[in-house]
Design a protein around this ligand. Structure first.
Ligand code: NDP
Length: 489
């Protein structure tokens, strides 16, 4: 097997052409399951960003894209959805190699969802419309919805293809041109999305892909005067930096950031369903999920039994190479993330929480290679511990007991984040009451971690602002222009 494992080196997609970086620089992308180099990828720098922004402006202002009807844009988006499904096996394997997520998660869940998203926005493109207020008899007033312009989409490593689709599809539906910068750890499937866009008929310059460093290409996009909007998903810390930097050119910005989401189990819940929801809420995609139910609140009367059962299931999770059929959980994404997760496990123990399951690196897989960590459940956690307050972004659950609705609502809201929450109960009134009381962008009742293209997703508080998904996402890629036509006095 060659060093690249048969995967072609990655290039930049600029103005319809696949190019090396102007600096000639490349970076390696690694397989987290065995630490091998998958391939080398061109690393975009400032001159590449300049070239891509220029091409995007040209496509936006004078190219075929600027003249295309919304319905024709929709046809291309629909075709992109079809091509994702046709290329599922290939793109899914690349996603698994790059991220360490299982083939099931890549191929059966995330790529089909991405295809659905493109086809949802394919239909939405031709439904964009302004308003005609009828408040005046001496004038005809109307609003036009126009594309915001050149969008830089900057995405993280946990769902590289899916989160790219969350940004690219509505932006293209709105008529924008997009420059997509994937995370350095996981650039491969963003390149495939670029190929899919080309093959579906996007004109040059409409969707460009620039792998590169956040501090390099990412920051250059944020500062570029000819970029109109930054659509960012990532950490709260980098989100704040981007907001500060984007202020100098008053760019539009949407930021989907971190979370520390509460998943609340009442004693009257369907226990088996709640158990599955608690389990998948934290362990899906190795806990590398912005909305992970990483704080599990369990009503005191069922707490000990619930934790014991959850711990037993957690110990039974089969870790291994994510390409193998029997594997239920792959490695975390990188050596850096492994250190972060192990650091939090150490902090939980030092702070006096009890390890009910896991709590260590798994060194018995792939001859000690790969970034495997045993999924971990802590109980005896108190709200001030770091494992209860800070986003870990790994397979580590903090379980806390509660006494009643007002107790759990106060504890659940006691965080700077507000991305998502779960509520498990058979009492409909209680479910409504808690769903309203939780300050978060999404509340799931008797389920967890489900997404639909029609339902907006985003944060309250320091989990960000702006929305992905839903018709609301398209609004984020539009400007409203008001036109006043005088009808004479
Ligand atoms: P980061 O914030 O570190 O990086 C996200 C992206 O931003 C990457 O492409 C990164 O590039 C880039 N970047 C980093 N620094 C800059 C900069 N100064 N200017 C411009 N771009 C920059 O997040 P992670 O990749 O570590 O992802 C994990 C985070 O993402 C978690 O906090 C998680 O909660 C959040 N997230 C939020 C979601 C939501 O919808 N709310 C969904 C999924 C994740 P590079 O990789 O080169 O550093």
């Amino acid at each position: 097997m060659s060093q690249t494992g048969g995967v072609e080196p990655g290039k930049l997609l600029i103005d319809g052409r696949w190019e090396d970086a102007r600096s000639g620089r490349t970076f390696a992308t690694l397989n987290p399951a065995d630490e091998s180099v998958i391939t080398q990828v061109a690393e975009a720098g400032l001159p590449d960003v300049d070239a891509a922004v220029l091409a995007a402006r040209k496509a936006l202002e004078s190219g075929p894209w600027s003249k295309m009807s919304a319905a024709d844009r929709g046809k291309i988006l629909w075709r992109m959805g079809e091509l994702i499904l046709e290329r599922l096996a290939h793109v899914g394997l690349l996603e698994t190699l790059d991220t360490g997520k299982t083939l099931f998660d890549s191929g059966k869940i995330e790529l089909p969802m991405a295809a659905q998203i493109f086809q949802f926005y394919a239909g939405a493109a031709s439904k964009i419309a302004g308003k005609t207020p009828s408040s005046r008899s001496d004038a005809f007033l109307f609003t036009l919805k126009e594309p915001v312009g050149v969008v830089a989409a900057i995405v993280p490593w946990n769902f590289p293809f899916l989160l790219s689709s969350w940004k690219v599809a509505p932006a293209l539906a709105a008529g924008c041109c997009v420059i997509l910068k994937p995370a350095s750890q996981t650039p491969l499937t963003a390149l495939e999305l670029g190929r899919i866009g080309q093959d579906a008929g996007l004109p040059p310059g409409v969707l460009q892909i620039l792998p590169g460093a956040g501090s390099g290409a990412g920051m250059a996009l944020v500062r570029h005067p000819a970029v109109d909007k930054i659509a960012f998903t990532g950490s709260t810390e980098v989100g704040k930096t981007i907001l500060r930097e984007a202020a100098s050119t008053l760019k539009r910005v949407s930021v989907e950031l971190g979370g520390k989401s509460p998943n609340i189990v009442f004693a009257d819940a369907d226990q088996e369903a709640a158990m599955r929801g608690a389990f998948n809420g934290i362990f899906y995609n190795k806990g590398e999920v912005c909305a992970a139910g990483s704080r599990l609140f369990v009503e005191r009367s069922i707490h000990d039994r619930f934790v014991a059962q959850l711990a037993e299931r957690t110990e039974a999770i089969v870790l291994g190479d994510p390409r193998e059929k029997g594997t239920r959980m792959g490695p975390v994404v990188s050596a850096q993330q492994l250190d972060v997760v192990l650091g939090y496990i150490a902090s939980g123990t030092e702070d006096g929480a009890r390890v009910a399951a896991g709590g260590r690196r798994a060194s018995d897989i792939n001859g000690g290679k790969g970034y495997f960590v045993r999924p971990t459940v802590f109980d005896g956690v108190t709200p001030e511990m770091r494992i209860a307050r800070e986003e870990i972004f790994g397979p580590v659950l903090a379980v806390l007991p509660f006494d009643d609705v007002s107790d759990v609502v106060a504890k659940a809201n006691g965080t700077m984040y507000g991305l998502a929450a779960g509520v498990w109960t058979r009492d409909v009134a209680k479910a409504h009451k808690v769903a309203r009381a939780i300050r978060a962008g999404t509340v799931w009742v008797n389920t967890y971690n489900l997404y639909d293209p029609s339902l907006p997703f985003g944060g309250f508080k320091q989990s960000g602002f702006g929305r992905d998904l839903g018709i609301e996402a398209i609004d984020g890629y539009l400007e409203t222009k008001s036109v006043w036509i005088d009808l004479g006095r």
